[in-house]
Design a protein around this ligand. Structure first.
Ligand code: IFM
Length: 443
């Protein structure tokens, strides 16, 4: 059972999150090509070579989707804008239809009493900028600031909050070192540069929005708790290195203006010259900190080149993603964040949720008790952190709709609402109904 709204502090926000490429249908409305279209068109990168061309067709069905969010008794909707929908070439002439779309979408949220929580970049880089080196090219910070300016001149008077970049670890490490996401590069020098440029772009966007007077600006990082696989000093060192690269690099850069030594030991030789001079821009003050949390990893040493760590399959129950369910990690991160990074700023859990296997729709709904359990366990972790003094202000569930799970295509289902990807019919799952009951305001 999910805890009721009344079991959280007055004003605690509940929301749900999605992203543009995963739900909108990128083939509509004059959006430009993105590196995800290119990545998916390359054999072996994405399950069944699926793309976001149609996705959930949210581009045309957004009124229905916003109604569903309102009717779940949620307070806020975390969504992203697509850079290539706003600027099809990444720079230059905006696409008026794209700007109109986001304009209507934000108004649609306000009309339904939902707070618009905007993310400027959730991974679909315009191909024209990928051609120029994408996140490897330092100029991306300026291109991103210009895009921010175009979009926020249009929306900035009505957004409730804005975060420049969703999950910088995925933009940089997952995509340029592990090669799992677009552009599918596996190269330490590219990774180091992307790790730095993604934060420089974040800082430039914050400064641009401050200049425009846009309110309530934050940063959203994804975190994974790292536990050593055994009691050896080698495993402890490997887990600490994993933690430095995955978690501490981004929070450290944004909130403390410093990168962790354990990550610099391998990345510093590959960073652009004079990177230290950018730390002031990167740590431009923000108003809140967003944490995306799903799982932990068991880490052991690896004899290969730096960073000398390997992920080891863990023993805990897992979601459809193969991710261990470990709510304790969320509590520990909230405490760490408060003590070492956000230090009293409002903190939001900006993503948490699970994928579960497809279950047939029966009488308009889907039975997903495992999702209710997962959410209840993580909400309990959030309550424990609140009781220990963390300035936690809200919780967003990933995701509203089943959607395009990147290189895993459409078969990993994270939604509170089931989507039939043939008919595009939406069917609220049992977890959606449980949430609506728990969040009802006058129970
Ligand atoms: O689907 C993704 C989302 O795009 C970013 N955060 C994690 C989710 C689940 O993998």
């Amino acid at each position: 059972m999910l805890p009721a709204r009344s079991q959280f502090p007055e004003g605690f926000l509940f929301g749900t999150a999605t992203s543009a490429y995963q739900i909108e249908g990128h083939g509509f409305g004059g959006a430009g090509r993105t590196h995800w279209d290119d990545f998916a068109a390359t054999p072996g990168n994405v399950v069944r070579a699926e793309t976001g061309a149609r996705a959930c067709d949210h581009y045309h069905r957004w009124p229905q989707d916003l109604d569903l969010i309102r009717d779940a008794n949620l307070d806020a909707y975390r969504f992203s804008a697509s850079w290539a929908r706003v600027l099809p070439e990444g720079r230059g002439t905006p696409n008026p239809e794209g700007l109109d779309f986001y304009d209507r979408l934000v108004d649609g949220m306000l009309e339904r009493g939902l707070k618009p929580a905007l993310t400027l970049y959730h991974w679909e880089l315009p191909s024209a900028l990928a051609d120029l080196g994408g996140w490897r090219n330092r100029d991306i910070a300026g291109w991103f600031a210009d895009y921010t300016d175009v979009l926020m001149r249009r929306l900035g008077d009505r957004t409730w909050s804005v975060a420049p970049i969703n999950e910088p670890w995925c933009v940089a490490w997952l995509s340029h070192f592990m090669g799992v996401h677009a552009p599918g590069v596996r190269d330490i020098r590219a990774a180091a540069r992307a790790m730095h440029h993604v934060l420089l772009a974040h800082g430039r966007a914050i400064q641009t929005m401050r200049g425009l007077g846009v309110q309530n600006l934050g940063a959203v990082c994804n975190l994974e708790w790292a536990d050593p696989v055994d009691d050896t000093p080698e495993a402890a060192a490997a887990a600490a290195r994993y933690d430095a690269i995955y978690n501490r690099w981004f929070l450290g850069g944004i909130f403390n203006g410093a990168y962790p030594d354990l990550a610099l030991e391998g990345l510093a030789p590959h960073l652009p010259q004079g990177w230290q001079d950018d730390m002031e821009t990167i740590s431009t003050p923000v108003d809140w900190c967003g944490l995306n949390y799903y799982t932990r990893k068991l880490i052991g040493p690896d004899p290969g080149p730096w960073p000398h760590f390997a992920e080891i399959d863990g023993p805990l129950p897992k979601t459809q993603m193969g991710w261990e369910i470990y709510p304790q990690g969320l509590e520990k991160f909230l405490l760490r964040c408060e003590a070492e990074y956000s230090r009293g700023l409002p903190v939001y859990i900006t993503e948490n949720g699970m994928a579960s296997a497809e279950v047939p729709v029966v009488e308009g709904t889907v039975d997903d008790p495992e999702r209710v359990d997962y959410l209840a366990l993580h909400l309990a972790a959030a309550q424990r952190a609140l009781a220990q003094g963390v300035n936690l202000k809200g919780y967003f569930i990933w995701s509203m709709l089943d959607n395009y799970e990147w290189s895993l295509g459409y078969e990993k289902r994270f939604g509170l609402v089931h989507v039939d990807f043939d008919s595009l019919q939406r069917s609220p799952k049992a977890s959606y109904h449980a949430l609506a009951r728990a969040l009802a305001r006058n129970r």
